[in-house]
Design a protein around this ligand. Sequence first.
Ligand code: EPZ
Length: 421
Amino acid sequence: MDSIVVTGGGPLQGEIPIAGAKNACLALMPATLLSEEPLTLTNAPRLSDIKTMTTLLQSLGAEATSLQDGQVLAMSSHDLTSSRADYDIVRKMRASNLVLGPLIARMGHAEVSLPGGCAIGARPMDLHIFGLEKLGAEIELSEGYLHAKAPGGLKGAQIDLDFASVGATENIVMAATLAKGTTVLTNAAREPEIVDLVRCLRAMGAEIDGEGTSRIEIQGVDRLGGATHQVVADRIELGTYMLAPAIAGGEVECLGGRMELVESFVGKLNEAGIEVEETKRGLKVTHTNGRPKAIDVTTEPFPGFPTDLQAQMMAMLCTAEGSSQLNETIFENRFMHAPELTRMGAEIEVQGGMATVTGVDKLRGAPVMATDLRASISLILAGLAAEGETVVSRVYHLDRGYEHVVRKLRGVGAQIERVKA
Ligand code: EPZ
């Protein structure tokens, strides 16, 4: 297993291109299952999760080809041959469960493995099942698989989610595009990835209103056509790289970043004394005056502070002036980066969903271990300004969600390299 070695250094300077959003692409790809016509995605990120989803779609009989060094995904589901998503794929990537809604809508049946546990939490699918059953699907669990069928097709319904689940919203919206009649989904997730998915579905001929709000209305249609869609910029990669100069000092412009993708996150950076400027090309972060200020952060569904930026923000707060409270409300076990940061000299106390970070002057490089996707990048961020060398092992976690990390950080002057196992 490869490692990444970061040597703490001085201020960063330069620009980092932001890729297409992993979590938009992982919902956009299953949308191909809804139509017999080709669906092409541009600005796709080059990530192992995208490769996993490509393999899954191919196992269902879809054509899925990666072009232009992975930036274009050409897909077509004219002749589907299976509606079964195997455990060995789903356990590697929970987002595989996003084929459930499209398969029921297109084929009238699906067998999708439950994802099983995940490092950051139990991550059940009760809300997905609730919504799809409201649309008329009959779903039962046996031998670890969800067996779903809708022999007479799906029918529009009123669906009120108890929690604004991103994945449940995506599965329900995709299924409802081919249901007979009107579906109204309330307490829907409002993430930019949902907005991007709806824009693509609309380009395919779906009739949907309200994306980005808590109430989404879908008029079912008989069939969907093809489309070419550009994947929205990745707001989590954007926020991650905005934290690099906040931690190491300097000035970095994140190309392709847009303020509306990260408003609550930027509000917290400003509170910590970090300057953010929207330029014609993206978002520029400048931090040249000492340590950030301590702040309190609570993760919430969009437009609140994103849980996917919690680990990265903690890395910055480790050297802030004062004590910060980080309240993780979305996942039950998303502080696994804390003990690793503590190995670097951070002072963090975790109690349930609350972490208290007491800022220290400097972290010290150390061998640390990546435990999940966002934890791994937070360790790299911490290493940018730590004294000495930080060696992050198990970087396969990183490859799931960050393309070309070494190249992008080297491009702004970081001392970082990937060491083959
Ligand atoms: C999406 O996961 C993202 N993944 C996650 O990003 C992100 O952290 C999460 O949304 C929250 O923003 C993708 O988009 C591929 P949820 P998802 O359904 O859809 C509970 C990353 O690092 N829940 O909004 O699985 C669940 O257990 C990943 O890129 C139920 O209880 O998130 C969790 O505690 C990590 N029942 C909370 O809701 C359900 O049926 C949020 O889950 C569904 C979810």
